[in-house]
Design a protein around this ligand. Structure first.
Ligand code: ATR
Length: 296
């Protein structure tokens, strides 16, 4: 027998707090990168009950972990237990990454930047000057709206089943924004000219996720412009009904894998304070895709 040297007395811990966490691919992603780069870090997922969230955070702080991720359903609740929150995370109203800086826990949000980095990677550009339509008005929509405004989108429309929530989202993010902002119902964006005036369309809801893969927030009769970019933040299936529909008009489409992947990469870079080499990111993305494409 040989002693296993992967975890030693010097290994630093990174955690994930959420419920459930069993299906998270983050431990595999982060530990693969750490092993490849020979960084003495260990990423562990912890399923935490709601009543224990405060104690869990206190515990991680006392153990002096390097940092942790936060996932559903605690991205909002976690903010009450942190020492400071980045401006972006405060605007988005959610934290998914926490970094231990000299014993203080600082919360940030890499979901929006993850979306932007993935968008940039696929399209070669950012959202500057673009008319962006977001379908849905939950946490993901708010993060992407904040990012689209920050990148200089010329318009951000939020269309939602419950119109009041779309209007509230727009009100929550409009401070300091110079672009056109509008919250509306899903019916309103059925207007053909309005829909065709959009450059980027993002489904931020879970509608169309496995196993209900035939569902789609847009009607089958929707007409797209071939130069519209259509993003679905769903990762499973890899090609959603919405993406299929858009592809039939020649649109560039993108699923949610990139956003999921890059939010993790950005968190890793925040904890280690180093930009990951591009070739490592590429390799990790392929491995990440393989794991998720095998999952049901
Ligand atoms: P998250 O924080 O992950 O973005 P959320 O806050 O639960 O998720 O938001 C879910 C979004 O998906 C909401 O905009 C919701 O619309 P409502 O505000 O009307 O509830 C939208 N959504 C979920 N299921 C839907 C469905 N079957 N049809 C239309 N919209 C749906």
């Amino acid at each position: 027998m040989e002693l296993d040297g992967r975890v030693t007395g010097r290994t630093q811990l990174i955690g994930l707090l959420g419920n459930p966490v069993e299906h998270s691919v983050s431990p595999q992603l982060h530990n693969t990168i750490s092993r490849y780069l020979q960084k003495d870090l260990l990423y562990m997922a912890f399923k935490v009950e709601k009543d224990n969230l405060g104690d869990a955070v206190k515990g991680l702080k006392a153990l002096n972990v390097l940092g942790f991720n936060v996932t559903i359903p605690y991205k909002r609740d976690i903010m009450a237990y942190l020492d400071d929150i980045s401006e972006d995370a405060a605007r988005i109203g959610a934290v998914n990454t926490v970094k231990n800086v000299g014993g203080k826990l600082l919360g940030s949000n890499t979901d929006a930047d993850g979306f932007a980095r993935s968008f940039q990677k696929q399209t070669g550009s950012d959202m500057r000057g673009k008319r962006v339509l977001l379908l849905g008005a939950g946490g993901a929509a708010r993060a992407i709206a904040v990012k689209a405004i920050a990148e200089g989108a010329s318009a951000v429309y939020v269309a939602n089943r419950t119109e009041t929530k779309a209007v509230e989202l727009v009100e929550a993010v409009q401070r300091g924004a110079s672009c056109e902002l509008h919250g509306c119902s899903l019916e309103e964006i059925r207007d053909r000219d309005l829909f065709l005036s959009m450059d980027v369309i993002v489904n931020t809801t879970s509608v169309g996720t496995y196993p209900k893969v035939q569902e789609c927030l847009l009607e089958a009769s929707t007409v797209f412009r071939s130069d519209q970019v259509v993003v679905d933040i769903i990762a499973n299936p890899a090609v959603t009904r919405l993406m299929e529909l858009a592809r039939s008009y020649g649109c560039t489409t993108q699923n949610g894998l990139g956003m999921l992947f890059y939010q993790g990469i950005l968190a890793y870079e925040a904890w280690t304070e180093e930009r990951l080499p591009e070739d490592v990111v590429e390799m990790a993305f392929k491995a990440f895709q393989n794991v998720l494409n095998k999952a049901d």
